[in-house]
Design a protein around this ligand. Structure first.
Ligand SMILES: NC(=O)NCCC(=O)O
Length: 384
C-alpha cells in the first residue's frame, strides 16, 4: 500500500502517458478540463515559504441572459498534525491553530470566500485508540470554544465563511461529545452547526466509542456567497445523506474527512464526484495527510499485531462539479490549499439538462422506504 513515496495519480499519469492519451484519460477521469487559476505571486511565495502546496482551478458555466454569473471561491485545507500526538493537548491545539492561520492568510490572498478545514482538524485522529484521555480533552464548545473564537477572528478579518469541523463538547446537554462542523459567517457570527450523521464502524475508525450519530438532520446554511452544507467524512458513503442536503437547497457540500489508503483510496475519487453529478451541486472532498502515531498500542480486532500507527492519510483533496468535471487532487503527502472558483449558475444549468430533481421518484422512494423500515416488512421479491 502506497505511503508518502507515491505523490499522486495525476503526477503518475502526466509522467507516463503520451499527451494524446493523457488528454483522453483525463477526459474520462476528470471530465471537462478545469481552467488553471492565476493566483497572486505573493500567495505562491508564502505557500513555498510555509511549505505547503497551493493549487487553483476554475469551473466555467454557460453565460445566461437573466442571471449574472454567481462566482465564489472555496478553499480546501489538508494538513498533517504539526506536533506528535503525545505532545501536551494545549500545545497541539495552539500549533495547529498557528499552522492554519498561515494557510488561511494565503487563502485570503487568493480571494477565497469560503474555507473548510479537515475533519476534527484541531486534533490527531485518535479515535482508533478507544482511549478517553487525553483525546476527549480536545473537545470544545461549538458556540464559544477557543477554536470557534479563533475561526471567528479569521472570518471577520478576511470577510470569509469558515467551516470548522471539530470534536464538540455540548455543555448544555450533559457535556456529551459530537463530531460537529461549525459554520461561521463572514461577519464573524456563528451561523450554526451540523453533526456527523453516520458514525463509522469499520477498521480502526472506532468513533462510536466517543459520540453518537448526529441529531441535527441536514441543515443548509445561507451565506452571502451561496448555500452550503457539510457532509462529514463517512457520510459520503451514504447517497441519501448527500441527497437530503441537496433537497434542502445546498449548492456546495463540503466533505471534511479523515481516511486512510488501505481502506478507502479507491472510493475517494468516485464518491464526492458522483454526489456532485447526482445532486446538481458542487462537492468539496478534503482529507488529512500523513501518519499519526499513538503512545499506546491498539489492535484492529483482526488477530494481527497491535500497533501505534493508524495508517496513511492520503490527502488528495479535490472539488467536483455538477457537470462531472473535477479538479486534480492535491498531493497525497503534503499540506495543501486548493482554491477553486465556482460559478454556482452551473448547478441549475445541469439540473435543466439532466433533470434528476424532476425525474427522481421521491414520493415512491419515501413510500417504499417507510414500509421497508417496518419490522414486519416483506422485501418485494418476485418468485416463480
Ligand atoms: N473519519 C471517518 O469517518 N472515516 C471513516 C472511513 C471512511 O469513511 O473512509
Amino acid at each position: 500500500m502506497a505511503g508518502a513515496e507515491w505523490e499522486s495519480l495525476e503526477q503518475c499519469l502526466e509522467k507516463n502517458l503520451p499527451p494524446a492519451e493523457l488528454r483522453e484519460v483525463k477526459r474520462l477521469l476528470y471530465g471537462k478540463e478545469t481552467r488553471k487559476l492565476e493566483l497572486p505571486s505573493r500567495a505562491s511565495e508564502a505557500a513555498l515559504e510555509g511549505d505547503f502546496e497551493l493549487q487553483g482551478y476554475a469551473f466555467e458555466a454557460a453565460e445566461e441572459q437573466l442571471r449574472r454569473p454567481r462566482i465564489v471561491r472555496v478553499g480546501l485545507v489538508q494538513n498533517r498534525i504539526p506536533l506528535p500526538a503525545d505532545a501536551p493537548v494545549a500545545k497541539q491545539v495552539s500549533a495547529i491553530h498557528e499552522r492554519i492561520e498561515v494557510i488561511a492568510e494565503v487563502a485570503a490572498m487568493c480571494g477565497v470566500n469560503i474555507i473548510c478545514f479537515q475533519e476534527a482538524w484541531t486534533m490527531p485522529f485518535a479515535f482508533c485508540t478507544r482511549e478517553k484521555l487525553p483525546w476527549t480533552e480536545f473537545a470544545e464548545s461549538a458556540e464559544a470554544g477557543p477554536t470557534t473564537r479563533f475561526c471567528q477572528k479569521l472570518a471577520k478579518k478576511y470577510d470569509m465563511v469558515v467551516v470548522s469541523p471539530i470534536l464538540e463538547r455540548d455543555e448544555e446537554h450533559g457535556d456529551v461529545l459530537w463530531n460537529t462542523a461549525v459554520v461561521i459567517s463572514s461577519s464573524g457570527a456563528v451561523l450554526g452547526k451540523t453533526r456527523k450523521n453516520h458514525i463509522p464502524r469499520v477498521g480502526d475508525f472506532n468513533e462510536s466509542t466517543y459520540y453518537m450519530e448526529g441529531n441535527l438532520g441536514h441543515p443548509v446554511f445561507q451565506t452571502k456567497f451561496g448555500r452550503i452544507a457539510v457532509n462529514i467524512c463517512y457520510g459520503r458513503h451514504h447517497p441519501l445523506n448527500w441527497l437530503m442536503f441537496s433537497v434542502n437547497g445546498a449548492e456546495i457540500i463540503f466533505n471534511p474527512s479523515a481516511t486512510i489508503g488501505a481502506l478507502s483510496e479507491s472510493l475517494w475519487p468516485i464518491e464526492a464526484r458522483n454526489a456532485a453529478i447526482a445532486n446538481h451541486c458542487f462537492t468539496c472532498a478534503i482529507n488529512r495527510v500523513g501518519e499519526e502515531f499513538f503512545p499506546n498500542e491498539f489492535t484492529s480486532g483482526d488477530g494481527k499485531k497491535a500497533h501505534h500507527n493508524f495508517g496513511y492519510f492520503y490527502g488528495s483533496s479535490y472539488v467536483a462539479a455538477p457537470d462531472s468535471s473535477r479538479t486534480p487532487g492535491l498531493s497525497r503527502n503534503r499540506d495543501g490549499l486548493l482554491v477553486a472558483e465556482l460559478n454556482l449558475n452551473l448547478c441549475r444549468q445541469m439540473s435543466d439538462i439532466w433533470n434528476f430533481k424532476m425525474t427522481g421518484r421521491y414520493e415512491m422512494y419515501a413510500r417504499e422506504l417507510t414500509e421497508a423500515v417496518k419490522p414486519d416488512y416483506n422485501p418485494n421479491i418476485v418468485k416463480e
